[in-house]
Design a binder for this molecule. Structure first.
Ligand SMILES: NC(=O)c1ccc[n+]([C@@H]2O[C@H](COP(=O)([O-])OP(=O)(O)OC[C@H]3O[C@@H](n4cnc5c(N)ncnc54)[C@H](O)[C@@H]3O)[C@@H](O)[C@H]2O)c1
Length: 368
């Protein structure tokens, strides 16, 4: 049998997160990162050398390359939609870093353009394809905690200006703790519980400016455009009530990442900004929490684009889909709107829960 052709991927945006993708995509034999590009061509060249990519080029040259089927968009949030739209206009499927776009209008434009062109849209995070969240999904779907009643999701830290070399975008539109970290938590919750129907929230901008504490911009002042502490109640369509806090204003806390409470017990999930982590279960008859071993292989960043490549080859839906990311975006917009309007906001969009991964897959494979 002739070997299956490898899906060619072009990566746009060669900044801080790109090494995780270059490394993470390497093990999948059914795809190839054939080119990388950045506004800063030197940066693309450096990454290409570092990770053995055969071609570094300008963004325009990458889009004009006929045999690239997928663009992995690792630019900053304000460029996600424009880069995605350009890729789509060149007939390429695109999978962007989160968030899908800065607002619903931009997000819809991306989804509609892809539909018209017959290409696919995907979006980070892909961490829900890791062992931690997939095993948790299996436990939930198999009824280990009974019917889910409530959920909590907490991400509180003191802000990314302490470590990121160019942290400005974290305080501009498309950033803040909700748009930056919220997608990990909301995508995981929606993967577990289904779509959100309504939100009620409070949010605040604690400091009007932030000071960069990392090199090379140490001491520079960033003005803050977005809320940096948000607390929301989420009503899921299945009746589950969720509590979410996302903050860049907290120095220390003892809250869990995600917990799901059911009629028969409780499930404590690992950090959804990772692919593995400890899962703990306590059923009503248990005196203490028990650790649950992973039922899936641990993966890494790149799982989402790999799943899209395999899905394009076989024709099945991909899991980190544009519809899922749009729903997450819609929920995040609704949280900010609810806080501003001081009332609950209905979430109009919906999405299907992505299909769970099969149990028997190795980490270098995706199902056909
Ligand atoms: N840094 C992390 O740890 C991390 C983790 C997970 C997700 N992300 C997400 O990944 C994305 C990128 O983050 P980063 O930390 O790598 O940022 P970064 O600022 O380090 O890198 C972004 C790169 O994109 C390039 N770029 C910007 N606009 C462009 C455009 N229009 N066309 C082509 N290239 C363009 C920049 O020149 C830069 O090299 C963000 O959406 C971020 O939320 C980052």
């Amino acid at each position: 049998m002739p070997p299956t052709p490898r899906t060619k991927i072009g990566l746009v945006g060669c900044g801080a997160i790109s090494p995780a993708y270059f490394k993470g995509l390497k093990p999948y034999a059914f795809l190839e990162v054939a080119a990388c590009a950045d506004l800063d061509l030197e940066r693309a060249k450096t990454r290409a050398t570092e990770f053995g990519i055969s071609r570094a080029c300008t963004v325009e040259e990458l889009f004009a390359t006929p045999d690239l089927e997928i663009v992995v968009n690792l630019t900053i949030p304000s460029a996600h939609a424009s880069v995605a739209l350009k890729a789509i206009s060149e007939g390429k499927s695109v999978i962007s870093e989160k968030p899908l776009a800065l607002n619903r209008e931009e997000g819809l434009r991306v989804l509609e353009a892809a539909k018209k062109k017959g290409v696919r849209v995907g979006c980070a995070p892909d961490t829900f394809l890791g062992a931690g969240i997939q095993t948790s999904r299996k436990l939930l779907d198999d009824g280990w905690i009974g019917a889910p009643v409530g959920a909590t999701a907490f991400m509180l830290c003191a802000g990314h200006e302490r470590w990121h070399p160019s942290p400005e975008f974290y305080y501009q539109r498309g950033g803040g703790p909700l748009f930056d970290m919220g997608p990990y938590y909301l995508t995981s919750l929606i993967n577990l519980l289904g779509p959100v129907a309504r939100v009620a929230a409070f949010a605040k901008k604690t400091h009007p400016t932030r000071v960069i504490a990392s090199e090379p911009k140490r001491g520079q002042v960033i003005s803050v455009e977005v809320p940096t502490h948000a607390s929301a109640s989420l009503e899921f369509r299945n009746g589950v009530i969720g509590t979410l806090i996302m903050s860049f204003d907290v120095w220390a806390h003892t809250l869990p990442c995600i917990e799901i409470y059911g009629t028969e017990g409780s499930l404590s999930l690992p950090d959804p900004n990772g692919f593995g982590g400890v899962i703990r279960l306590r059923r009503k008859e248990n005196k203490d929490w028990g650790e649950i071993p992973h039922a899936f292989p641990e993966r890494s960043r790149g799982a989402g684009p790999a799943d899209m490549a395999k899905a394009l080859q076989s024709g099945r839906p991909h899991r980190a889909s544009g519809e899922l990311a749009f729903h997450v975006l819609d929920v995040m917009c609704a949280i900010h709107e609810s806080a501003e309007a001081e009332r609950a906001i209905d979430v109009r969009s919906t999405c299907d829960r992505p299909a769970p991964l099969p149990l028997d897959l190795v980490a270098e494979e995706m199902d056909a």
